[in-house]
Each structure stands twice: as C-alpha cells, then as structure tokens.
Write a protein that binds this ligand. Structure first.
Ligand SMILES: NC(=O)C1=CN([C@@H]2O[C@H](COP(=O)(O)OP(=O)(O)OC[C@H]3O[C@@H](n4cnc5c(N)ncnc54)[C@H](O)[C@@H]3O)[C@@H](O)[C@H]2O)C=CC1
Ligand SMILES: CC(C)CC(=O)C(=O)O
Ligand SMILES: [Mg+2]
Length: 356
C-alpha cells in the first residue's frame, strides 16, 4: 500500500505531519513517499506540479494531500500558481467525484456559529463534481471585448460547460451514496439562469429513473446556501457542480464548528483517490502551530475506507477523534469556554494516544 504524501504550503506540512503520525501508529505496513507540490513545488523545481510529483501520485495506491497556496505567488502567471497543482492532480488522475461529509460531532455543537438545535445531529454528504464546470472550461482569458456596450474594452471571460457523461456519472455516484444513507438527493443548480445547469437538471432527472427508491429534489444554489444555514438537517446528499460545490462545502464546514473539521475524498471511477481537508493553506495562521489537523486526519481515515477497504482502521481513527473531542481538547478554531486549548501537535498526539 503505497501512499503519496503531498504536504504543500502554509499549514499543509503542519497538519500533514500529524496525519502521518496517526497512519504510522496503526500497526500497518504503509509505504509513505513525500513530494513537493504547490508553492513548495514551484520553489524547488520551478513548477507547482513537478513531473516527479505527478508520477508519484499516479503510481501510488492513494494520495494524501495537505493544501496549496501562498499569497506571495498570486502574481505569477496562472499556470505556475500553486492552486494549479491540485487542479492538475484532479484532472490528471480523473478524480471527478468529491465527497465532503459535513458531520457535527456532538461535543462541537457549541463551536458552531449556529444554534445547537439547528446543527445537532447534522450528517450531510456534499458530492461535488470535480473535473468540469467553469473551473476547467475553455476558452478563458482576458481579451478585447468583441461586441455589445463594452466593445473594444478589455474583458475577462471563462466558460461554464458540462458534457452529458460528466453529469451522468456524478449523478450515479450521488444516487448510489444516497441508497446507503437517508435515500434523499438534492441536486443544486442554477437552471433558472444558466443553460449548463438546465441541462444538468434534465440529465440528473433522467438518471434518477434508475433510482426510484431515492427521493430527488432540485434546488437553486442561492436557496441552497440559505437553506444550509436555515435548516441544514433537511439535507441528506447534495450533488452539485464544481464551483457551487466548492462554495457550499465551505459554508457547510461552519455547521460542523470549523473548516478544520471537514475532510474529503476525491475519487475516480475505480475508487482510486486523493484525500485532503476541504480547507486551504491558511496563510494567516501558518507556522504558528495552531491549525486544526483533524480534517486531514479524518481524510486519512476516508483513504483507509475507500482506497484500501480498511474499515476497522478507519473506524479506529474516527473513534480516536471522537475521544479527544470528548476529552475537551480543542484547537483555537473550535475552542469554547470550559474546554482545553491545544496546538496542532498536541492534538495529533492526543489522537495517536486515543487509538485503541
Ligand atoms: N485544496 C487546496 O489546496 C486549497 C487551497 N486554497 C488556497 O489557500 C490559500 C488561502 O485561502 P483562503 O481563502 O484563506 O482559505 P483557507 O481555507 O486557507 O482559510 C480560510 C480561513 O479558515 C481558516 N482555516 C483553514 N483551515 C484551518 C485549519 N485547519 N485550522 C484552523 N483554521 C483554519 C484560516 O485560518 C482562514 O481564516 C489561497 O492561496 C487559496 O487559493 C484554498 C482552498 C483549497
Ligand atoms: C484551488 C481551489 C479550486 C481549491 C478549493 O477551493 C477547493 O477544492 O475547495
Ligand atoms: Mg474550496
């Protein structure tokens, strides 16, 4: 079982170090190999996704990813910016299905900015399409505006597009996931304005014919954002496009207390996967030893479950996380009065010690 370890930038190396400690404490024989990615890849090799890093990711059985991005690289041409590393990995590895479970651990009910009764018992699964949409659509760029009232001015433009097969395969993932949970799918779109998402709605409706045991509702993305903070427990599985899923999952993260709690799995058709926290490189807290490593540790648990079929080991990690939260240990992002504030490394140690 070879795992590519890609820590990246900002808090990436800090949180990854804790996830690696947890993996190394399970008593399994994992082969872990690290490589530079993102700004670290650019600084060392002149490219955010150096060829050797991509080769390692392709050859490994699974990839554990930290985060990329650093404001000091924001003025580089786009193809060299750190974020291209994660976008490139998703595309190159065909990781079209991004699973982001937003679960509220009961101990963190008071850490959410929402009232405990709104979030207690929360367990929703956001399924975000990950290799299409406006994030990858071409053409894109800055050009001279060809027509209309702004003709002759410079304009920036991107292309939102989805092929039918891309929508079909993510819809199947969502319906099949729902069959194993609450049997409800909310497909989030903007069909009232966008051609791409009217098409999305039509195809999802068609795929639904194969899953009559699952209830399907369609919801516009603006309403979905509102419903997520109004009555989040009404959702079971949410399926949506790349950009809407990116935005809604950060919103859902706050229901769980902090974005530092939200893990993710990005899977291809054969369940080969890349696992990463849903957050970014958090440059504002990088190097301070205060980042919450739990989303990364929980991403490692998802890796064991989805890529290696090691359900028991995944359960061990998730139980250990529950235990440290029950012990009252909190990184600053989930801290509340009456609990004990700890740093990144102490949180990692506590999870290692709680492994049974
Ligand atoms: N998959 C990836 O590698 C992603 C990379 N990024 C990149 O990360 C950089 C920063 O982006 P932001 O928009 O600030 O998003 P961010 O997710 O890095 O940070 C947003 C806020 O959440 C906090 N936060 C994030 N993770 C945390 C953790 N584990 N523990 C405690 N607090 C945490 C940060 O301190 C910050 O206040 C940018 O360069 C961006 O492009 C952003 C999202 C995903
Ligand atoms: C570089 C971004 C597309 C990453 C991001 O925000 C995410 O995957 O959540
Ligand atoms: Mg995001």
């Amino acid at each position: 079982m070879k795992i590519a370890i890609l820590p990246g930038d900002g808090i990436g190396p800090e949180i990854m170090a804790q996830a690696v400690r947890v993996l190394n404490s399970l008593g399994e024989k994992f082969e872990l190999e690290s490589a530079d990615v993102g700004g670290a890849g650019y600084a060392a090799h002149g490219h955010p996704l150096p060829p050797a890093t991509l080769a390692l990711a392709k050859e490994a059985d699974a990839v554990l990813f930290g985060a990329v991005g650093d404001y000091k690289y924001d003025s580089l041409e786009r193809s060299l910016r750190p974020e291209q590393a994660i976008l490139g990995l998703r595309k190159e590895l065909g990781l079209f299905a991004n699973l982001r479970p937003a679960i509220l651990y009961p101990e963190l009910a008071g850490a959410s900015t929402l009232k405990p009764e709104v979030v207690s018992g929360l367990d929703i699964l956001i399924i975000r399409e990950l290799t299409g949409d406006i994030y990858f659509g071409k053409p894109r760029g800055v050009r001279e505006c060809p027509d209309g009232p702004f003709k002759g001015e410079r304009e920036g433009f991107d292309t939102m597009r989805y092929a039918e097969s891309e929508i079909r395969r993510i819809a199947h993932v969502a319906f099949q996931a729902a069959q194993k949970r609450g049997k409800r799918v909310t497909s989030v779109d903007k069909a009232n304005v966008l051609e791409t998402f009217q098409f999305w709605r039509d195809i999802v409706t068609d795929v639904h014919k194969d899953y009559q045991d699952v209830e399907l509702e369609h919801m516009y993305v603006d309403n979905a954002a509102m419903q997520l903070v109004r009555a989040p427990k009404k959702f079971d599985v949410i399926v949506t496009g790349n950009m809407f899923g990116d935005i809604l999952s950060d919103c859902a993260a706050m229901l769980t207390g902090s974005i530092g709690m939200l893990p993710s799995a990005s899977l291809d058709a054969s369940n080969k996967g890349l696992y990463e926290p849903s957050h970014g490189s958090a440059p504002d807290i990088a190097g301070k030893g205060v980042a919450n490593p739990l989303a990364t540790i929980l991403s490692a648990a998802m890796m064991l479950r989805f890529s290696f079929g090691k359900t028991e080991q995944a359960n061990r990690i998730e139980s250990a996380v529950k235990q440290v939260l029950a012990q009252g240990l909190r990184t600053p992002d989930i801290y509340e009065a009456g609990t004990t504030k700890v740093g990144t490394e102490e949180m990692g140690s506590a999870v290692v010690n709680a492994l049974k």
